[in-house]
Design a binder for this molecule. Structure first.
Ligand SMILES: CC(C)(COP(=O)([O-])OP(=O)([O-])OC[C@H]1O[C@@H](n2cnc3c(N)ncnc32)[C@H](O)[C@@H]1OP(=O)([O-])[O-])[C@@H](O)C(=O)NCCC(=O)NCCSC(=O)C[C@@](C)(O)CC(=O)[O-]
Ligand SMILES: NC(=O)C1=CN([C@@H]2O[C@H](COP(=O)(O)OP(=O)(O)OC[C@H]3O[C@@H](n4cnc5c(N)ncnc54)[C@H](OP(=O)(O)O)[C@@H]3O)[C@@H](O)[C@H]2O)C=CC1
Length: 408
């Protein structure tokens, strides 16, 4: 079956849902709000829910497979931008996963170490004990094929020593799994070696869960086709020399990734921390994507850590998260990494393509104008008239929207 969603954004909401149902990507039983009882047990001091909108960016062709990406966001034009880029990239052969690796890192940090060398030796000499303890602490993850796979010990500045544990958490983001294993090992060491543990916790600098995705685009069908590839390359180049620009460049990437993470019930703070920490790993804050013009083609690439999950946390309890998974149709954390990285690259392409051609306001403010119309009090049948007026007078402000509404 052709699973592409044609003219998706030109349809009404109910037509979009029908389209998703037709290709088996929608389930009415999941399109409900969770009960208060779920929320009351999800967080502390629960009083109410807080909604954002979830949309779908259709037709991402990734390694020959089509994905429709659910995105939960409050920002207009993000989903339009992703859709725009996905369409262009599909025409150019789609996204290609260049490399992918996945295991997580945990840290046991020792304090007040007076003899660093002997603690390091003790930790290195008892490797079997750490693997046995890890198994006992979390048999399930080891039975599933994951668990502790390696470790490394480092003397640190001051009187610190760090035990780095490399743990395969399979399809889970893994924080709870890692912390359980770390705390068990740390408790044993405290008793057996009388070492003082400062803390045991996973690291969000997930350098062992890196993914690289690339695209190659023929610029001949893009706006400003003579210079666009060079300009997009320059946009990357400038971001690589100026952290003030790189921060915005990367924010544009995370517009997409964070929206997907929120929709799929992943920990958005962890994924943001991973991305920005990795962007500064060389000591200079750098862009997470790279664009180069070569042989009259534009080649884009993104590399970033994505320690994400498809099980665990609140994923099993929230119906809208399960709906997002139904729409997306990924079966493993590795597959989610591929989609998220592709979305980040697409979002970056959309933003710098707009920035180096029409400017950001044309597309963004056109879509933001609908928001302004609603805020001004427009009824559904008035929204388009108010938007048209705001665009015509080139003044997308609440005041102008209110004044126009008074004349209707
Ligand atoms: C907004 C567009 C796509 C317009 O782009 P355009 O070329 O003016 O629009 P178009 O009407 O010709 O439509 C082109 C395609 O966009 C999609 N599209 C068009 N409209 C919609 C819509 N309503 N809903 C869903 N999809 C839409 C759709 O795929 C459409 O193809 P078609 O099907 O018509 O052949 C473009 O200007 C764009 O991508 N802008 C960038 C959007 C963006 O990045 N927004 C984030 C907010 S700004 C920010 O936070 C990040 C930033 C920018 O600071 C990052 C950075 O600096 O690097
Ligand atoms: N710094 C950070 O980022 C921190 C984040 N957190 C939070 O931790 C939560 C995520 O923890 P996480 O460990 O991922 O989640 P969970 O502990 O909720 O879920 C993982 C568990 O799911 C079970 N499981 C079943 N099938 C699989 C499979 N295929 N792959 C992996 N596990 C499987 C495993 O055992 P079993 O069935 O026995 O449970 C596993 O332990 C998030 O809510 C995050 O916000 C917490 C602390 C710090």
């Amino acid at each position: 079956m052709d699973k592409s969603l044609k003219n998706f954004y030109k349809k009404t909401r109910s037509e979009r849902i029908d389209d998703l149902k037709e290709i088996g990507c929608f389930d009415d039983t999941l399109n409900i709000k969770a009960d208060d009882i779920v929320f009351d047990h999800l967080i502390e001091n629960y009083v109410t829910t807080f909604e954002v909108a979830m949309g779908v960016a259709p037709d991402f062709l990734i390694d020959g497979q089509t994905y429709h990406i659910p995105m939960a966001t409050e920002e207009p034009s993000v989903i339009a931008g992703a859709s725009h880029a996905a369409k262009i990239i599909k025409r150019n052969g789609g996204f290609k996963v260049e490399s992918i690796q996945r295991r997580n890192i945990g840290q046991i940090i020792f304090k007040n170490v007076t003899d660093k060398a002997s603690l390091v030796k003790y930790l290195n000499d008892h490797s079997k004990t750490w693997f046995d303890l890890a198994f006992k602490a979390h048999p399930k993850i080891h039975e599933l094929g994951g668990g502790l796979v390696d470790f490394k010990v480092e003397e640190k500045a001051y009187d610190f020593v760090c035990f780095y544990a490399y743990i395969n958490t399979l399809d889970a983001m893994g924080a709870n799994t890692i912390n359980t294993i770390l705390e068990s090992i740390a408790t044993y060491i405290t008793v057996d070696f009388h070492a003082e543990v400062l803390m045991s916790i996973l690291s969000n600098l997930a350098t062992e869960s890196l993914i690289t995705v690339s695209v190659t685009i023929n610029p001949s069908h893009l706006k400003n086709s003579q210079v666009i590839a060079k300009d997009i390359e320059k946009a990357y180049l400038y971001a690589s020399i100026d952290p003030y620009r790189a921060a915005t460049h990367n924010k544009g990437i995370m517009n997409g990734i964070t929206a997907l993470m929120l929709a799929t019930g992943n920990d958005t703070r962890s994924v943001e921390a991973q991305a920005h920490a990795y962007a500064s790993i060389t000591g200079q804050y750098l862009p997470l994507t790279k664009w180069v013009e070569k042989d009259s083609m534009l080649r884009g690439e993104i590399t970033l850590p994505l320690a994400v999950g498809t099980v665990g946390g609140s994923m099993g309890t929230l119906p809208k998260v399960r709906l997002a998974r139904k729409i997306l149709g990924v079966n493993s954390a590795l597959e989610l990494m591929k989609v998220a990285a592709s979305l980040g690259l697409a979002q970056n392409f959309a933003a710098i393509y707009a920035l180096t051609t029409d400017g950001i306001n044309k597309g963004h403010m056109r879509l933001h104008a609908r928001n302004v119309a609603i805020e001004a009090g427009a009824l559904e049948h008035q929204v388009q008239d108010v938007v048209n007026h705001l665009l015509e007078v080139k003044d997308i402000t609440l005041e102008t929207a209110k004044q126009f509404l008074n004349t209707l």
